[in-house]
Design a protein around this ligand. Sequence first.
Ligand code: SF4
Ligand code: SF4
Length: 398
Amino acid sequence: MEIKKILKDRKLKIALEKAIKSYKSNFERVIEKYPQTIELAREVREIKKRSIDELKDNIKIAMESLEDNGINVHFAKDGREANKLIYDLIDGNTVVKSKSMTSEEIGLRNFLESNGIEVWETDLGEFIIQILNEKPMHVITPAIHLTKDRIVEVLQKEINSSSYKIQEIVDEVRKFMREKFVSARVGITGANVLSAETGSLILIENEGNIRLTSTLPEKHIAIVGVEKIVYGLSDALKVAEVTWRFAGYKMPSYVDIISTPSKTGDVEKVVINGMHGAKEVHVILLDNGRLKAAENDVLKEALYCLRCGACMYECQVYQNLSGYWGENYVGGIGIVWDYITKGLINENVFCCLLCGRCKEICPVNIDCAKINRWLRGVTFPNLNNNQCNERHYNCSVE
Ligand code: SF4
Ligand code: SF4
């Protein structure tokens, strides 16, 4: 969509204003109740820094630990390889899936659908995005750009509901999705953190759909960017806690820790897999530019990102353009991630005001302004300051 049109979109403005206001008051309450989160975030920056500095070793340790736990581990160097690996692992024609920016990055849903697989996004916001055939407009809240009325209209049509009450519609979506959870033989999730030491995936959620996606089908496949690996389990839990607090939650409804396939030892203490949860678990570790970025002194800071989404609520550009600013990833940090994972760079980089507000709120202090300035330099080396300013102006008022 053209920037001029986006800026004139009244409904988008209303939806964003409400979401931002709500996030800010939630976050204030979170920090009031748990002020220690600020100190913990500083510690998490050090954990992430260490993990990225030792990324290659951590990948090796994680692969060994996961295998030792009975989890099948695969390494994908890029999105194409990851999509193919996942497709080859799918039994049957139906897949349930939870929200995952890493899967968006590789275009997983489109790839599977174009190969005849029925994919159901089970997170409510992501389900709305799937129905509309759009992209997630925020890392935590995919349908942030839509008003309640528009969401009701979209869901009514999809699930044949005549209700205008959001609670009733949610109840109907729940019923609708239940059948998909039961019929799917494969569930696909991402992960927020992975502990290399114990081979444990940590997933944060509120809806309960990740639990169902990862346990009801016989096979669970988790697609995990390698930057999500930290060494110790206690470090991983600290990363998770800071992530949900900066996402605006005192506590999420659920924190899932998955370390092995479902198992029972109730018969003569012999381990048998697949009691009630997934019988088979596969972890796809995805590189897709991350290892190269980890070698770059400027870019590697972006790999500390927890995908909490806090920076977007603080950014003046995002507050006007929402997820229309960015390709797969969105906002100022999204410009950097589009570059890391796709080598993609365009006029979007000139939309950043280089104001540094995002760094102030970011739990791990990522300096998006510095990285975006660096990106302008490497990709448009012949532009002088005036030309950069002119491009920035054109981008803002196009
Ligand atoms: S530096 Fe760029 S991304 Fe960060 S808040 Fe300012 S405009 Fe947004
Ligand atoms: S850049 Fe920082 S604030 Fe933004 S999503 Fe990543 S961790 Fe959160």
